[in-house]
Design a binder for this molecule. Sequence first.
Ligand SMILES: [Zn+2]
Length: 158
Amino acid sequence: MKFYKIKKSNIDKNGRGLYATKNIKAGTKIIEYVGNIITKKQTEISDKFDNSKPIYLFNLNKRYDLDGAVSWNTARLINHSCSNNCDYEGQGLKIWVVSNKKIKKGEEITCDYGFGYDSDYRQFPCKCKSINCCGYIIRTESRWRINKKFKKSIKINR
Ligand SMILES: [Zn+2]
């Protein structure tokens, strides 16, 4: 039995998300983040990654990226949360979505998209409604730039 099912998301009202189908222990590989392995050169010349943040693009190593914007990558449906219960973990040329805490059956599976803080951060509001939410999709380490309270609470509330 798979660890997840696809359902209408509570975070992204217009979209779908993945939900735990059972209780999951911390450190569990939940789903592989699959896609096309492309060279950095291909990333550079492709206009696919020009306009917005590369939400589905992962750095694998010095030479290769993984483009997860493909229909067969179910893990692309995972939403961002400021209190994410999973992380993306690279293992060689593979990326796994791994739980970073216990997840209860029925909870939405979430990751930190890892966006840096820059001038266009307002384009990406976050609706995760968690106690940690800074209002925008920005990686943990940069949230204090939006609100000073995150400087100290980063680890405490997780
Ligand atoms: Zn949030």
